[in-house]
Design a protein around this ligand. Structure first.
Ligand code: PLP
Length: 441
């Protein structure tokens, strides 16, 4: 019998995240350094307890919170979000040291549409925004350029919707601009530019590599997109996914692409309160240029006609008191400590042939084994790691299926977010043992 499933239903592969979570639960002694969970002990329980008491203190505020809201989101939360973004960018620009021949950042302007509450759409995590933008922009066969490696859950979205992915090499300060230009030229030569809709960058402490894109690179990428837009015959957007932006624990803040002097009107900004506040509350947001704002809001109307109101109220109350900022300050210190513990454990337990990028924020170490050690889901290393009760994200899951690029097979993502300090040390010791056993003597 033929399937009743739609093309989308048939094309949607099992998300990598689901089987990784399942694996983590399958062995009681498993230390998961794979999950992108946030730190459990520092979740803002007392803050949310107080805030809920405030919200439910009177019938009027309680009823308002327990009722449906509006599709774009609570007006006050949109206002607070716009003001929050403006203040983060204003601070980043104040402290930004323009390199020689560098681009002068444009001081963010309260009146710019990028910081207007009306441009903000509240979503169910930033994940929903990523999905809706993909629905709004892409038909099957359309092209997205993304970092190589990139956020693997976005790759699942792209795959299920039949997108063609082109991976651009990632360096220590963001994408390789020459490689981006080569890809754009290649698309031009092949007559494929009209199918290119977007460049997707995870710009702060990238998932999985922990790389932060420099301001210079964001501006240069926008200039390049503008140059090729004429040949594409339609806008080419830059989707800046800033999920980890507020989790910085060292180094100087970097302004967002919203402040770029050229082509900032093509920036779609994806932000979230999941990582800096609570993954369980799961409130995200987007700043979108027109006509995307209108279209994505309509799509959201069809998805759920608005994110859960009470969750938005929790954020609104936390942000308009000092609870959000206070919590974030603690969180940063906590992640800094966890990153230090992971670093020391890596230095102690991993073979000297294994290298990594030291993060300045976020939740991850991106680790490279010698090229002859495969780390993929079917590799001996991955299987032995599971037998030894430790789990990591195989690096190759983070590479797009791009026939013009070879996927790297010897990397892994290790998260210090969810595991306790004790388990970080234990997990790295177990993984170190497995790595040592596979070294060529
Ligand atoms: C790069 C990136 N973007 C977006 C998300 C989605 O997060 P949320 O939907 O909780 O905002 C994640 C979650 O891990 C992520 O790593």
């Amino acid at each position: 019998m033929k399937t009743a499933l739609s093309q989308l239903g048939q094309n949607t592969a099992p998300p990598s995240i689901s089987w990784l979570m399942q694996l983590a639960l399958s062995r009681p002694k498993m230390v998961s350094l794979a999950a992108g969970f946030t730190d459990n002990e520092s979740l803002p329980v007392s803050e949310v307890r107080e805030v809920l008491a405030e919200i439910l203190a009177t019938d009027a505020t309680g009823q308002a919170a327990l009722q449906y809201g509006t599709t774009p989101g609570d007006p006050q939360l949109r206002k607070l979000t716009a003001a929050h973004l403006l203040s983060l960018d204003a601070d980043a620009i104040k402290n930004y040291k323009v390199p020689a021949n560098g681009t002068k950042a444009v001081a963010p302007n309260k009146k710019s549409p990028s910081y207007a509450p009306e441009s903000v759409l509240i979503t169910n995590g930033s994940q929903q925004l990523l999905y809706m933008i993909t629905e709004a922009l892409f038909d099957p066969g359309d092209i997205v350029i993304l970092e190589d490696p990139t956020y693997f859950v976005y790759l699942n979205i792209a795959q299920s919707r039949g997108l063609k992915c082109r991976g651009v090499k990632l360096l220590e300060d963001g994408i390789d601009l020459q490689h981006l230009e080569d890809i754009l030229e290649d698309l031009k030569v092949k007559g494929e530019l009209p199918r290119l809709k977007m460049l997707y960058l995870v710009t702060y402490f990238q998932n999985p590599s922990s790389v932060t894109t420099s301001y210079e690179k964001k501006c240069a990428a926008l200039k390049l997109l503008k140059k090729y837009e004429k040949l594409a015959g339609h806008p080419i957007y830059l989707l800046e996914d800033a999920a980890y932006r507020e989790l910085r624990f060292s180094g100087a803040e970097v302004p967002t692409a919203l402040t770029a002097p050229v082509n900032a009107e093509r920036v779609i900004f994806a932000g979230t309160y999941s990582k800096p506040f609570s993954t369980g509350v799961r409130v995200g947001f987007g700043v979108l240029p027109e006509p995307l704002l209108t279209v994505v809001t309509r799509i959201k109307g069809n998805h759920d006609f608005g994110s859960a109101n009470i969750l938005q109220q929790i954020l609104k109350h936390s942000m308009s008191s000092c609870r959000y900022k206070g919590h974030l300050q603690n969180l940063r210190q906590r992640y800094q400590r966890k990153a230090e513990v992971m670093l020391k454990a890596l230095q102690k337990h991993f073979p000297k042939e294994v290298t990594w990028i030291e993060p300045e924020g976020g939740l991850y170490f991106w680790v490279k084994a010698p090229s002859y050690i495969a780390t993929g889901p079917k590799s001996r290393l991955f299987k032995t790691a599971i037998e030894n009760d430790v789990l990591y994200v195989p690096g190759e899951l983070c590479y797009a299926d791009d026939s013009s690029r070879r996927k790297s097979t010897n990397e892994m993502r290790l998260s210090f977010g969810g595991a306790s300090l004790k388990n970080i040390e234990l997990g790295i010791a177990r993984l170190g043992k497995v790595l040592h056993s596979q070294l060529k003597k």
